[in-house]
Design a protein around this ligand. Structure first.
Ligand code: FAD
Ligand code: MLT
Ligand code: ZN
Length: 505
């Protein structure tokens, strides 16, 4: 369904040279200018922040600022002159109180692994980093509720949960760097979404600091609580525009005692969707991940990542699947998986396949799947789209784009969380080229809206596509979002220019 909105403001890309000599693309929406309502940082501000944090928490060093100003893809670069590292919620509150009084714009930053430029400034916003708030606070050994400060990385949390027989309900390639505050603020999906669902369900409580310094504490660990509006939900996926998350309570499931991983080759997309349909029906409760990649994704990853091994080197099909089961009875789970695979092979749905025989082989398969985005980064510039599409249309999008861009020297790559109807459409090019982007956008968003999809499945909108929210949300919904923003952050100091479109008066 198209929402009939056509007024997307054109953004353009300016090629600039980084200090390291690497050419990156500074994307600047032509309509976005530094807000005249924001103050400029002065020495008195730095002195005030030093009073709050001590000199160790106030960073003006150029190398550290360079890293924090640039996003993971090397696509967006801001010009912040100050990075603050609070250690406590109270310090975070004091920082925001000062910023709000002075009208200093703020960008919250976690692991800076976001893929839509949400975590880096556009101009001179003050960066508030959570790298010094890393304490894991508690883990309930009965119900698995884990509480932590916002700067704990997903890997640290998962390691801690596993020491006690649990695991984190989400997993993603950036687990070594992404932080609780960051993955909650983006409502990250990842590889375990199929099994454990959205963070809107797993997050039991959180603590957030509003723009004026008010601390909202809903750090409770009860699975059920029906007392009034569930305000914490507003911060999940808000991309730092409503408040700074300082702590999180999250429900960890028990880790499965039996896990199997299969890597399968399919000739056609029709076969892929049929294998998925049957996996849901026949593997039922033990199905825990269903990922796909196409041949172009496989080839690109093998080309750019030396340590990745092709699990099926002699097959030459167009599609590959990573199918995981997690249960509690190894014999039963394996029998179920083998039965399912045998039937699918006999019927010609699967051309070839392998089941990991040990943890090393399983890690190798996951390394290939998780390595795709890293390989794309090595390959040069990536035009990255993260789409929700109904399964029948999902791969058509890749084919349509391949056809559309056939006269350009680019590689169109498709992979993603097929079990969640989430396509990662990536166009890889040696360099950023504005003429390529113009052929992709807004076509990719229009096509997605026309086919009943969403223009962001899990990465969010950030600074890449705030104007495009209207392809997926009605004017009434966007209007209500603006009113929520006004209520939580009346001076609009929190992560300006991100997530929400500019207002038309
Ligand atoms: P950042 O990038 O630092 O920030 C992300 C957003 O949250 C920004 O808007 C920022 O301002 C805000 N923010 C950060 N911390 C706070 C805070 N404490 N309070 C308020 N706002 C805050 N995403 C998926 O959904 N699924 C995947 O499978 C996936 N795989 C990835 C694989 C790789 C290799 C990479 C590089 C990224 C991947 N991502 C994936 C992107 C994903 O959004 C991030 O990895 C993660 O969710 C962001 O966490 P972060 O701590 O790095 O946040
Ligand atoms: C993934 O699923 O690999 C991530 O979302 C990262 C990406 O899209 O590149
Ligand atoms: Zn993903």
């Amino acid at each position: 369904m198209s929402l009939g909105w056509t007024g997307i403001l054109a953004s353009h890309c300016k090629l600039v040279q980084s200090q390291s000599g690497r050419s990156f693309c500074r994307w600047i929406s032509s309509a976005v200018q530094r807000g005249s309502n924001y103050a400029e940082l002065n020495q008195a501000d730095v002195a005030a922040f030093t009073d709050i944090l001590g000199s160790g928490g106030v960073v003006q060093d150029e190398t550290a600022l360079d890293a924090a100003n640039e996003d993971w893809m090397g696509k967006y670069k801001g010009n912040s002159k100050l990075l603050l590292r609070p250690k406590t919620t109270q310090q975070t509150s004091d920082i925001l109180k000062h910023c709000n009084d002075r009208r200093l714009a703020v960008v919250p930053q976690g692991g800076n692994s976001g893929l839509v430029g949400g975590s880096v400034p556009l101009f001179d916003e003050v960066i508030v980093s959570f790298a010094s708030m890393k304490r894991i606070l508690s883990l309930d050994k009965v119900n698995g509720a884990l509480t932590c400060q916002a700067g704990s990385t997903l890997q640290e949390l998962d390691d801690h949960a596993r020491e006690h027989g649990f695991l984190m309900p989400l997993d993603l390639g950036a687990k070594g760097s992404c932080q609780a505050g960051g993955f909650v603020s983006t409502n990250a999906g990842g590889l375990r979404f199929l099994r454990y669902g959205s963070l809107h369900g797993s997050v039991l409580g959180l603590e957030a600091v509003l723009a004026d310094g008010t601390i909202l504490n809903s750090m409770q660990t009860l699975p059920k609580d029906n007392t009034g509006y569930d305000l914490k939900q507003l911060f999940i996926g808000a991309e730092g525009t409503l408040g700074l998350i300082t702590a999180v309570a999250i429900r960890c499931p028990f880790a499965s005692t039996s896990t199997n991983l299969a890597y399968l080759a399919c000739e056609s997309y029709e076969a892929v969707t049929e294998v998925y349909r049957r996996a849901r029906r026949e593997l039922g409760e033990i199905l825990s991940a269903f990922e796909f990649l196409d041949r172009q994704a496989l080839e690109l990853t093998k080309q750019h990542l030396e340590n990745v091994k092709d699990p099926l080197p002699s097959t030459n099909t167009q599609f590959y699947l990573v199918v995981e089961t997690s249960g509690s009875n190894a014999e039963h789970d394996m029998a179920k998986l083998e039965g399912f695979l045998t039937d699918a092979m006999e019927e010609g749905l699967i051309a070839d396949g392998t089941i990991a025989q040990d943890t090393g082989q399983a890690q190798g398969i996951w390394g290939l799947r998780e390595g795709i985005s890293v390989a794309l980064r090595h390959a040069g510039a990536t035009y990255k789209y993260d789409l929700s599409l109904p399964p029948p249309a999902l791969y058509t999008m890749v084919e349509v784009m391949r056809q559309r861009l056939s006269h350009h020297d680019v590689r169109v790559v498709g992979y993603g969380h097929l079990g969640d109807s989430n396509l990662h459409l990536n166009i890889s090019s040696a360099d950023w080229k504005e003429e390529v982007r113009k052929e992709i956008e807004p076509f990719v968003y229009e096509w997605t809206a026309e086919h009943g999809g969403s223009i962001s499945a899990e990465h969010g909108l950030g600074q890449m596509k705030p104007e495009c929210i209207r392809y997926s949300k009605s004017p009434e919904m966007v209007g209500m979002m603006h009113r929520v923003k006004d209520l939580f952050d009346p001076n609009h100091i929190l992560n300006p220019y991100k997530l929400l479109p500019q207002r038309t008066q």
